[in-house]
Structures are given as structure tokens and as C-alpha cells.
Write a protein of this length. Structure first.
Length: 368
């Protein structure tokens, strides 16, 4: 009980720790000069050339973090970036050209498929960057370069703060590569917003927990859920669905919103609610709004995640709108991630599930 720090479950404690985790992940990696200029330091990467292409390989939530980061690494870092599920990568004889690098992401550093992918990448002559939480783990030992996420021990089987730290570190990598390639294109505003995030997230989390509890009570009898998002929110939609199914055993589909009309729309009915990530800083807002209209037209219930001053969805008749603090684009994803985690946590708790140790799951998947 003491280790839970007064929280009912480790998962809730770990969600609430995220502001500190972000601070710890930034510690020692950002410098501010007396003139106010900022720079990112990832000394671990200084010794290897900027990759001509980065192949990200991971499983589960770590894969979702990689998917979230892909666009940032390309747009902010200027690095062409591919993504693979480790269990697929290891058997598909991937082409890795000279100058390209592989980045494996793993909280535990012991995931069998991710470790096999790392070994394959090394056999193929690639430099391997390991993004790990557990110091001295197999992946940390075997990678050419390790970046530690510094999230602290994650006890709950469901990964929460580890994903948050992976996202922070990938954002720093994108900034680092952008800065290394051309200081002129360095996205200072993103770094400023990242540094301000811990305080803002800490202030927002208690109200977010209350809202998650209300919504969990309203939707506790649902047996299926649909999660929709676009761009970086697509990765979060996948993560939201993964968290809901692993914790509360409710069937959940995470989809890129644009794919809805290509099949899953057939599922929509009054018993199949949709969790729509309709954050307003998203260039895709009008498109997600039209997805919401499609759901409502089929009598589907909608929970819409929006920002405080975001464009309104009320004219559509969405009953359950969840407002999150306004923030800089990209940074709003961290609020959305916490909201999705809290909703899954509350659903599992309301349903009386074993939150910290869901059935059939292990914290570290060391077998294939
Ligand atoms: O330790 P890893 O990050 O390599 O683990 C990968 C997955 O097994 C892990 O993220 C899993 O999906 C979690 N149960 C998600 O909450």
C-alpha cells in the first residue's frame, strides 16, 4: 500500500506520475543559454552519423509510441522514418541500406520479438539505437547506443508512464536531429511547450480523473468501443483501444478516422460507442467532425475529446464532450494520452477488474 503512494492502484499512481516523468526525461537534455536560446543534448547520439533513414521497431504500447513519433521525426527531425511491429520485422527479411539505422523501443528491454529484431538489424550491419526504460536490460546491453527514458519502475502491467516518456524522448530526438541538420529550422516553440508541460499536466490531471470517472459510469455497460483519430491522434486512438481491451476486456477497435468508411462504419449502432479524438489544433479537425456526424447519423453514441477553446461540436448534438486544456500542437497529445489512460483505468475499476494485473498478460513478454 505504501508503494502505491495512497493511490488505489499502481496504474493510477503511474498515470498521475506523468508530469514528473516528463521532467525527469527532460533533465540534463535541454540547455538554456543566458540569452534564452535553447538546445537539445543527446550525447548518446553524437557519436553516430545522422541516419539517412530510421526504422522503428517495437511491440504493443511501445509500437504506438513509435507510430506517434514517426511524423515528428520526419517533420521536425527531417529523418525519413519507417515503422514495424517487431514480430513482423524479424521474419520479413527487411532491407536496411548503409547509412540507415534501426531504433528499437521497449519499456522492459526484454521483449523477445524486439530483442530478435535488434539482433537481426545488427546482423545486417545497421547501427541500433535502443530506447529503453530498464537500465541494464538485454536491449540496453545489446544496442549500439541506449537512450534511457528515465520513467522509473513501471509496476502495473498496462504501460502508461513509459509511453509518455517514450513520446518525450522521441520528441527530443526529432528536435535534436532537426538542430543537428540545420540549427535554422530548430522548433524552439515545441521545446518551450514541452518544458511547460509538466506543470500544466499536473494541474489538469485531478479534473481529468473526475471526468473519466463520470464517463466510465455512463458507458460501463458498453461491450464494444470504437476509437478514431487522425495524424498523431491515430496512434493515440490505437493506444486508447489497446488500453481499454487489456484492462476491462471490452472489445475496442482503434482506427485511423479516414478508414472508417472503408468497413468499420458497418459496426456503428446505439450499442457501439465511439471515442473521437477531435482536438482542435489538429489540421484534421473538420474531417474528424464529419466522422462524428456519420456516427451520430447511425444513432451511435460519441465521447469527443476536444480542447477548451476548440471549435464547437455542440451543434452536432454530441452529448459527451470532454474538454482538455488548450496547448501547443503536439503537446496536446500528452493531455489526450492521459485522458485515454484514465478512461480505461476507470472503466476497469468500475467493472471490478484486476487493474494492475489483467488476465492473460505479463509485464514483460520474454517468449515469442
Ligand atoms: O516492454 P515493452 O515496451 O517492449 O513491451 C511491449 C508490450 O508488450 C507492451 O507495451 C504491452 O503492449 C503492454 N501491456 C501495453 O500496456
Amino acid at each position: 500500500a505504501a508503494a502505491k503512494g495512497g493511490y488505489k492502484h499502481f496504474m493510477l499512481k503511474e498515470i498521475m506520475e506523468q508530469p514528473r516523468v516528463i521532467t525527469d526525461c527532460l533533465t540534463g537534455r535541454v540547455t538554456e543559454e543566458p540569452d534564452g536560446s535553447l538546445s537539445v543534448h543527446l550525447q548518446e547520439l553524437d557519436g553516430i552519423p545522422v541516419p539517412s533513414r530510421l526504422h522503428i521497431v517495437a511491440c504493443g504500447t511501445s509500437y504506438n509510441a513509435g507510430l506517434w513519433g514517426q511524423q515528428l521525426l520526419e517533420n521536425v527531425g527531417g529523418i525519413p522514418t519507417d515503422l514495424d511491429i517487431a514480430s513482423e520485422f524479424r521474419y520479413r527479411d527487411p532491407i536496411i541500406l548503409p547509412g540507415e539505422a534501426v531504433m528499437v523501443i521497449s519499456q522492459s528491454g526484454e521483449t523477445a520479438d524486439t530483442l530478435a529484431a535488434l539482433r537481426l538489424a545488427k546482423e545486417k550491419g545497421a547501427k541500433v539505437i535502443g530506447l529503453c526504460n530498464v537500465v541494464g536490460s538485454s536491449i540496453a546491453r545489446e544496442a549500439d547506443v541506449v537512450l534511457y527514458t528515465q520513467a522509473g519502475p513501471e509496476i502495473s502491467v498496462a504501460s502508461t508512464k513509459a509511453m509518455c516518456s517514450q513520446m518525450v524522448l522521441i520528441a527530443l530526438m526529432a528536435l535534436y536531429y532537426g538542430q543537428r541538420r540545420s540549427p535554422a529550422v530548430f522548433d524552439r516553440n515545441l521545446l518551450v511547450a514541452l518544458r511547460e508541460l509538466p506543470e500544466k499536466l499536473a494541474a489538469a490531471l485531478p479534473a481529468m480523473q473526475k471526468r473519466a470517472e463520470q464517463l466510465a459510469l455512463r458507458f460501463a455497460s458498453s461491450r464494444s468501443f470504437f476509437y478514431l483519430g487522425r495524424g498523431q491522434y491515430n496512434a493515440l486512438a490505437l493506444e486508447g483501444a489497446l488500453k481499454l481491451k487489456e484492462l476491462s476486456y471490452i472489445h475496442a477497435e482503434g482506427y485511423a478516422a479516414g478508414e472508417m468508411k472503408h468497413g468499420p462504419i458497418a459496426l456503428i449502432d446505439p450499442q457501439f460507442p465511439t471515442f473521437a479524438l477531435a482536438m482542435d489544433d489538429d489540421v484534421f479537425f473538420p474531417k474528424v467532425k464529419s466522422n462524428i456526424q456519420e456516427v451520430l447519423a447511425r444513432q451511435g453514441r460519441v465521447i469527443a475529446l476536444v480542447q477548451e477553446k476548440g471549435r464547437s461540436l455542440s451543434s452536432l448534438g454530441v452529448e459527451d464532450i470532454w474538454r482538455l486544456p488548450d496547448s501547443y500542437p503536439v503537446i496536446s497529445c500528452f493531455f489526450a494520452l492521459s485522458a485515454l489512460q484514465l478512461f480505461s483505468y476507470c472503466m476497469a475499476d468500475v467493472l471490478g477488474k484486476d487493474v494492475d494485473q489483467p488476465r492473460n498478460l505479463a509485464k514483460s513478454v520474454t517468449v515469442e
